[in-house]
Write a protein that binds this ligand. Sequence first.
Ligand SMILES: NC(=O)c1ccc[n+]([C@@H]2O[C@H](COP(=O)([O-])OP(=O)(O)OC[C@H]3O[C@@H](n4cnc5c(N)ncnc54)[C@H](O)[C@@H]3O)[C@@H](O)[C@H]2O)c1
Length: 291
Amino acid sequence: MDTVGIVGAGQMGSGIAEVVAVAGVRAVVHEPEPGPLHASEERITASLAKAVDRGKLDPRDASRAAERIVYTTRLDDLAQCQLVVEAVTEDRTIKCEVFRTLDARLPPDVILASNTSSIPITTLAQATSRPDRVLGLHFFSPVPVMALVEIVPGYATCHGVIEATEAFARQLGKHAIRSKDRAGFIVNLLLIPYLVGAVHLYDAGYATRENIDEAMTLGCGHPMGPLALCDFIGLDVIGGICACLYEEYGRDEFAAPPLLRRMVAAGALGRKAGRGFYEYAPARPVALASR
Ligand SMILES: NC(=O)c1ccc[n+]([C@@H]2O[C@H](COP(=O)([O-])OP(=O)(O)OC[C@H]3O[C@@H](n4cnc5c(N)ncnc54)[C@H](O)[C@@H]3O)[C@@H](O)[C@H]2O)c1
């Protein structure tokens, strides 16, 4: 791959663009409005600067990476890409519309990948006329730090597309694992019931937010407690994943807890909003890709 598109420049899209550019690949980042693109550029600049400060990236490589990223509101600028990674809001209707539009506007050989955390890939693939060239390419946050990607072939994805995408993951220095196309794939199928359980404990007044998080950082050696992790991922993202998992499996362990729903309704989305289970300042810009 020499040019890769990223549609959706939030927390994940920005991180994906950064690792693509650091790997020497041109990144074309698309959002329909300029505001999120400016925020994305600030976030990537801050993250690259942090990598330089910590001695993980040479300053010249950081500026070359920044120069490889193009920010655009024009979908047609993605036509030069061999692969486009969709990283928009975790909502099936919104994602299907994005896939329909990308399919209509991009050359038929372009591979369309989704960074969805939970939505079955075959559903997204069916919104296109090229289901054989659609698959899941699921990164983890913060993208520059986390080694894993889940590769999720849909029902009709062809072998060559899976292999090309796995080779691309290696080009980015990521470790790829394959998952069956079932809601939540591997990581979120295991992670979400744990996070949901922590929110229920907190809502029931079982312990303070700090004690719940300390239980898992100090007791189990996790780098972050579950409520801090909810804030880090984004409560709206978790709510979207819960909805998808509950629809697929119908089990209570996947249902979004009422407290989480109320927090999303109130805009307490976690770090990106400046408040969630904890408070964060300043609200924006936030260099989420801490190394
Ligand atoms: N947050 C995480 O930790 C995490 C981890 C892995 C995967 N994901 C997945 O990545 C995807 C994005 O999550 P995020 O955390 O970056 O969310 P986010 O809210 O930070 O970003 C979503 C972005 O999508 C943009 N968007 C919405 N509709 C669009 C459209 N039609 N065209 C282009 N852009 C559009 C929004 O403006 C926003 O900037 C979701 O599918 C989520 O499940 C998230």
